[in-house]
Ligand binder design. Structure first.
Ligand SMILES: O=C(O)C1=C[C@@H](OP(=O)(O)O)[C@@H](O)[C@H](O)C1
Ligand SMILES: C=C(OP(=O)(O)O)C(=O)O
Length: 419
């Protein structure tokens, strides 16, 4: 049984707290693969304690002492980055691997990445449905081409996966991105982390090139997770008064989700530097934006912002939400179902998604379903500041990226009762 929890907040809706966030799961999972390829030259500090990172770390540890003649099964559960990064990495090392994941992972597409790797001469077979995990991978890639071309509008993780292995391939890699690139800051994060580890690249037009080259001894320090931080912006906006300090978040972050600082200005939150990190304060009343907010660069912020805006009755319009349909769940559908419980509609018209808050209301008690999606739980829990009893389905789901979420909410004054 997956337990639910009731989230509530009694007394004055004032939040004055300091929250130490875990490391970025995106940076951590890149750092782990880079460290593995570098054979110990690259060290990592401040790894995330997210399940997705723990899973990848354990898989890489087991691979270190593997018997190269037997088949190794690796189950990454719901971790998208682990699935995509390992698919590429496993083709480059000796051995045979069965790479699998959760029920949902078997519905998340991987064909574009597999086709790209096969075009380099990798051996990968689908074990069930073509285009989806599980995958049977025979490693020891003997590269026959240094060029690869891949569509950019489905998942940037495919591109990051290829870039991370590029410097270890005999012919390097010249990677052409076809069409639009979604989640672009994640590709930039990959390249910057490779640079920190000594790997150079060139990016001209729509082609990124990395020649074969060695890693340099280096230390990758993982910054706290800005996607996790976004829930604190939502809490700050929904509270009557708020002053929250989050140490160690950088002004110049590798994480595109740091854009939450700028987006939340229109929801009344200002950000300043404090204690080598940030301080967020509720200053002004939220304002209705006149233009659609494009979240293509930061899809993981979508649920935070949409739920927060809905609860504030802000009828915002969004674009760039296409990839939400292939994440931990179909996040557009999940948002539509759950926002309906407070009378808000998220209306999809071509590439536009608009909030209609004309029937917004707050019942005494609401059960929000979470669809095996950590971000559904984390985006809806802050409504405990407005709704007397918010029941969150399967509340442990947050462990995918932010295991201390409930502990941190308690520290801020929320009551969390497991059912
Ligand atoms: O590279 C990464 O670390 C990630 C890229 C994004 O995925 P897409 O590129 O599939 O949008 C993001 O949603 C995911 O949580 C993490
Ligand atoms: C989409 C996400 O993760 P992944 O694709 O790595 O499973 C996420 O963390 O919101």
């Amino acid at each position: 049984m997956k337990p639910n929890a009731i989230v509530s907040f009694t007394g004055k809706k004032e939040i004055n707290t300091e929250i130490h966030l875990t490391g970025s799961k995106s940076e951590s999972n890149r750092a782990l693969i880079i460290a593995a390829i570098s054979n110990g030259l690259v060290q990592v500090e401040n790894l995330s304690d997210a399940d997705d990172t723990v899973t990848l770390n354990q898989a890489l540890d087991l691979l270190k002492n593997r018997d190269k003649n037997s088949l190794h099964t690796i189950d990454v559960g719901p971790a998208g980055t682990a699935m995509r990064f390992l698919t590429a990495y496993l083709t480059t090392i000796e051995g045979q691997f069965l790479l699998t994941g959760s029920k949902r992972m078997k519905e998340r597409p991987i064909k574009l990445l597999v086709d790209a790797l096969i075009s380099l001469n990798a051996s990968i077979e689908y074990q069930s449905i073509e285009g989806y995990p599980p995958l049977l991978i025979k490693g020891g890639l003997e590269q026959t081409s240094g060029k690869v071309s891949i569509k950019g509008d489905v998942s940037s993780q495919y591109i990051s996966a290829l870039l991370i292995i590029a410097s270890s391939l005999p012919s390097g890699l010249s990677l052409e991105i076809e069409g639009e690139l979604t989640s672009r800051p994640y590709v930039e994060m990959t390249l910057k982390m490779l640079e920190e580890a000594g790997i150079q690249h060139s990016w001209e037009g729509n082609t990124i090139s990395i020649v074969q080259q060695p890693y340099l001894p280096s230390l990758l320090t993982v910054e706290p997770d800005w996607s996790a931080c976004s829930y604190w912006y939502s809490i700050a906006a929904l509270a009557a008064q708020s002053d929250i300090t989050l140490p160690n978040l950088k002004a110049q972050s590798l994480q595109g989700d740091s854009r939450i600082q700028e987006i939340m200005v229109q929801l009344g939150i200002s950000t300043s530097r404090k204690d080598n990190g940030i301080r967020i304060v509720k200053t002004t009343e939220p304002q209705r934006a006149t233009e659609a907010l494009n979240l293509k660069d930061c899809p993981d912020l979508a649920q935070t912002i949409i739920v927060c805006a809905a609860a504030l009755g802000l009828e915002l319009t969004f674009t760039g939400l296409e990839t939400l349909k292939i994440k931990e769940t179909n996040r557009v559908k999940a948002l539509q179902n759950e926002l309906a419980k407070i009378g808000v509609a998220l209306i999809e018209e071509k590439e536009f998604y608009s909030l209609d808050c004309s029937k917004l209301h707050f019942p005494e008690k609401v059960l929000f379903r979470t669809y095996d999606d950590h971000r559904m739980a984390m985006a809806f829990a802050p409504l405990g500041l407005i709704i007397p009893e918010v029941e969150i389905e399967d509340f442990h789901v947050v462990e995918k990226s932010y295991p201390d979420y409930w502990k941190d909410l308690r520290k801020a004054g929320f009551t969390i009762n497991e059912l």
